[in-house]
Design a protein around this ligand. Sequence first.
Ligand code: X8Z
Ligand code: ZN
Length: 629
Amino acid sequence: MWFRFGDVLSLASLALVLVGVTAISQKRQQVDEDAELVALKYVNELEQEVLTRNNEATEASWAYESDINEENLKLRNEVQTRNANYFKEIARELRKFDYSSFKDEVLKRKIEKMTQLGYAALPEEKFTQLLDSISGMSENYATVKVCDYKIREKCDLSLEPELTEILATSRDPEELKYYWVQWYDKAGTPTRKDFDSYVALNGEAARLNNFTSGAEAWLDAYEDETFEAQVDAAIEEIRPLYEQIHAYVRHQLRERYGDAVVPEKGPIPMHLLGNMWAQTWDNVADITTPFPKSRQLDVTDEMVTQGYDSLKMFHMGDEFFVSLNMTKLPQTFWEKSILEKPTDGRELVCHASAWDFYKTDDVRIKQCTRVTMEDFFTVHHELGHIQYFLQYQHQPSVFREGANPGFHEAVGDVLSLSVSTPKHLERIGLLKDFVLDDDAKVNQFYRAGLGKLVFLPFAYTIDKYRWGIFRGEIKPDEYNCKFWEMRTKFSGIEPPVVRSEQDFDAPAKYHVSADVEYLRYLVSYIVQFQFHRSACELAGEYVKGDPEKTVNNCDIYQSVNAGNTIKEMLAMGSSKPWPDAMEVLTGQRKMSADALLEYFQPLYDWLVVENKRLGAYVGWELSDKCKSK
Ligand code: X8Z
Ligand code: ZN
């Protein structure tokens, strides 16, 4: 016998149960599918309203930032508060769906993004308090005026253009120190109260969004649990190279300023480095260059001689993008942008920015452009943001973002890497009869090092410091000295005067006062070399192992092939995780310092030999320039 009677019964009931289970699961599946359809319809129907609201908010922010006054601030805050409530409501509705089991990956990704509320998660009263704290800081930053070094009763100097210009060009340590102190005292310290309230509310918002702190909320944009560790590893990888350029610059500055101003083994006094935050040092290339007799690559004077103005600079940037078969700037860009500092006396945020108005072709830049080579690069940087906006404007609103924030920052810089080659500068008539011999090459690599390499530990510190604060690891009574301790540790620089906990210096950097995440720039300065190398390969300008076709002398200008592939990456917006976008251009799915190290290998080789020859000390001792009491 195969089975007994009872077995028959139990088999039958099993079959019945199975039929039942199948029916239930079919039904459940049906319910799931119905729910998914309902969600899809809901999300699609929101699209137009989301665009309109984003547009209104952007218009209000633009109006305020280009004309800072009470009324514009009030209007901006009203729109933002209204929108925060709206997006909170949408998120509440969307959370009713069990969207983690949705089959439509695009829909799932949309809902995940739409339920991430950021500051809008706060109750309305706290949301407006947070807005007030941030606008308090950034308004202070935008409106600081300092008094002239020689004519002390003349007190109308702004960061842009006056202080920026002085820091870049003055070679008088006392004058530089004076302006440094003025700026940090006025742009940093007065923000302390607002900053404390900002930290508290930022933390509350992060926890409402299920993050442990604001640090995790920021890192979430990179969609990779191990991203922080990868960033740490990249900084370690770059460190030997950084130490070499640092040692060389310190040595050269000692030659110029002497032992009493620049120590042999200590950190470099930062006011001597050509930039208020010592974030890039290319403004001191002229006084530290390896081969002063060889022609230098600074074309600022030539730009002035040729009568360049901001409009010309933007037209040239536009022309570069068009030469890559990318999108030409729309007419309204020229009509609505602010490309020069207004002279009608109104206050505005001068820090350069690019804006997407969530319509078709309404994109703008606000920049207090100066006619310098440095700003020529910034023009390309900003136009890179604009090109990204134009390439992804067909995407649904939630995907109208960079693949990650670092991608957005990298696009224009990829073009700048081409613009900065002697080859390109000759092409556009800014450099004539240039002989690219060995000395000139070292000068070129060195200048690139001052513009790119030295930025990496700076960018790292700005957010490592804020992560520390957000995570409660850096305590309020050590905010200032921790900042300088970290700046010294990672960059080997120090303030020109002793600072204390009576001072508060980090908000003297725009992005700290304006609550802009900064890791994006570190990521950009790494991935842009990956993008550059691949674009050069596509342009036929780079062949691995070919000494005639290196990444250092590559100009992708007029390469439709490179342009089309970059375009393909940009057009994805944030519709896919960033490794998918990176793969389109580079074939790689990881952020890697390899391309950057390849770019700077010739500089590294030269610096190691030269620092030995000069007996330049490599590394730095601790700083005693911050006293906690
Ligand atoms: O803030 C900017 C751009 C606007 S996204 C002008 N940058 C960083 C800075 O100025 O600190 C570009 C490079 C770094
Ligand atoms: Zn930018």
